[in-house]
Write a protein that binds this ligand. Structure first.
Ligand code: GLU
Length: 258
């Protein structure tokens, strides 16, 4: 039985079908064989990964990077399948093989590098704060006693805690599974501040709210792959470095006004 399983898993590997424990060697070649690159992207981050509700198409720098990688792997930039992810779902989706890589404002941290491969950073953002215009909160110094809404599995909580400690103010937290929930909590007064990367706040600012000028904790975004897919990680990293050096990524940064 074990032998049969091993044979099946070997066959699955050849056709890039995942699901066999320990046999997740996705490579550029196996993606080419599969005929499609599966990428986890954001659907609510303007300029990075945004699902345009009018066209039903994804757009942004991270979407274009995914298409460029698909072109390198399959010869066709349309051979890419996008899966919308959140800070909470992107890791599990990668772990279970539903997607080949994550290009979704995923901050590279020392901790996360123990679980995933990250490419060289393609963009650096920083954490910011969104508040109601009439809240009387203008900077970190005004956060004393305030409740900060943050997303589960995001870097934001540690980042704003460190910034508040430095500013000498005491804060508390409410954690949410998604950004729309934090925005709703901000609107209804259950939290005083919505804190996450500035790029992400850009998708939620409206007439009643404002993004404060304070920025802290630089966030380097990298393309993440499964830890044991070393070849894939190396191939992707080579491409990101090529596009950093030849101006492709700088071109996208200016195209999307980032
Ligand atoms: N970029 C931050 C992180 O990776 C914020 C969360 C997010 O990307 O949604 O934790």
């Amino acid at each position: 039985m074990r032998k049969l399983l091993a044979v099946l898993c070997a066959a699955a590997m050849l056709t890039a079908v995942s699901g066999c424990a320990g046999s997740s060697s996705v490579t550029a070649a196996s993606i080419k064989n599969a005929g499609v690159l599966k990428v986890g992207v954001k659907e609510d981050v303007p300029g990075f990964g945004l699902l345009n509700k009018d066209t039903n198409q994804y757009e942004g720098l991270e979407i274009e990077l995914a298409k460029l990688i698909a072109k390198e792997f399959t010869g066709d930039d349309t051979k890419v399948e996008f899966t919308p992810v959140t800070a909470k779902t992107r890791g599990p989706l990668l772990d279970n093989g539903d997607i080949n890589m994550v290009i979704a404002t995923f901050t590279i941290t020392e901790d996360r590098k123990l679980t995933y491969n990250f490419s060289t950073p393609y963009y650096q953002d920083a954490v910011g704060m969104l508040v109601k215009k009439d809240a009387g909160i203008n900077s970190l110094a005004d956060l004393g006693g305030k409740t900060i809404g943050v997303a589960q599995s995001a870097t934001s909580k540690d980042a704003i805690q460190a910034a508040a400690d430095e500013a000498g103010v005491s804060i508390s937290f409410s954690e949410f599974a998604s950004y729309p929930e934090i925005k709703a909590a901000l609107d209804s007064g259950r939290v005083d501040v919505f804190s996450v990367d500035g790029s992400i706040l850009g998708g939620y600012v409206d007439d009643t709210s404002v993004i404060l000028p304070d920025r802290f904790s630089p966030q380097d975004y990298g393309v993440a792959t499964k830890l044991d897919n070393k070849d894939l990680a190396q191939t992707v990293d080579d491409l990101i470095n090529k596009w950093l050096n030849d101006g492709t990524i700088a071109g996208l940064v200016s195209k999307y006004n980032l």
